[in-house]
Design a binder for this molecule. Structure first.
Ligand code: DC
Length: 241
């Protein structure tokens, strides 16, 4: 207890930075981001959850997202919030007051989210909220454009990648636990499609920021990648501002 208090006191006194983690789908960005946020005493924000929640709203309300005026109107009706859940020990996303943290992980949402996330107005809506959340620093945010567009001046930018086959297998295992009917081919096709749309869209396509550190975790364990990233974060935190 005393040690935890001392640690919290020391963390509060330290220089706070912004850590951005971008990269391809299913590279383990959120796992690393959560671990880092916990170790540093920072807030973790899953920006992908915002695009997924918006997609869920569009699907549920039959919004035609090829119709710009329908999109603009729908965005006015959407309120997104992250609330910390002490049981799961993580922030969970709420869409208009409803916890949608788990339903947004369904393949039905995953199949459409890249299309929705490619819409400029949707991105402006999400980015404005993400930038607000980073005002006080002390934040780890993962996504696709966090180091390039949301926080171009972030102190630590990490860009994650891994072999395609490894990513497909990891994602398959994750989805299979929730739905044993899912096939590896479905997961592979979905990943390929999302990678393509995310990196070829006009509005803020996925790309590595020039000053981002590349982290290829094909042959790294979770612990090894975490130790590397934590070391990078400490180096930044200890720099004079
Ligand atoms: O990280 P994820 O798989 O939950 O992201 C869901 C989708 O949202 C993904 O296909 C790309 C998009 N996305 C984005 O365009 N920009 C972000 N900052 C985060 C996610």
């Amino acid at each position: 207890m005393l040690i935890a208090l001392k640690l919290a006191f020391l963390q509060a006194k330290m220089r706070k930075i912004i850590v951005t983690i971008d990269g391809w789908s299913s590279c383990g960005k959120s796992t690393l981001a959560k671990q880092l946020a916990k170790a540093l005493g920072y807030v973790y924000v899953d920006s992908g959850a915002m695009y997924r929640a918006i997609t869920l709203y569009f699907l549920r309300n039959h919004i035609d997202w090829t119709d710009l005026s329908a999109v603009k109107q729908a965005l006015k009706e959407i309120s997104l919030e992250f609330i910390y859940n002490s049981h799961s020990q993580q922030s969970e996303i709420y869409l208009n007051g409803e916890n949608v943290e788990y339903v947004i992980r369904d393949l039905v949402v995953a199949e459409k989210v890249s299309e929705v996330a490619a819409i400029k107005e949707v991105r402006q809506f999400a980015v404005a909220q993400q930038q607000k959340m980073g005002k006080k620093k002390g934040i780890v945010m993962d996504g696709r454009d966090i180091g390039t567009v949301v926080f171009p001046n972030a102190e630590l930018k990490i860009f994650m990648t891994a072999d395609n086959a490894v990513r497909v297998e990891r994602r398959f295992k994750e989805l299979y636990e929730k739905n044993p009917n899912v096939t590896i081919d479905e997961v592979k096709a979905n990943l390929e499609m999302r990678d393509y749309i995310d990196s070829h869209r006009e509005a803020s396509p996925l790309r590595q920021a020039e000053d981002a550190i590349l982290l290829d975790n094909t042959n790294l364990t979770e612990k090894e990648q975490f130790q590397k990233a934590l070391q990078w974060a400490h180096t930044e935190i200890n720099k004079k501002s």
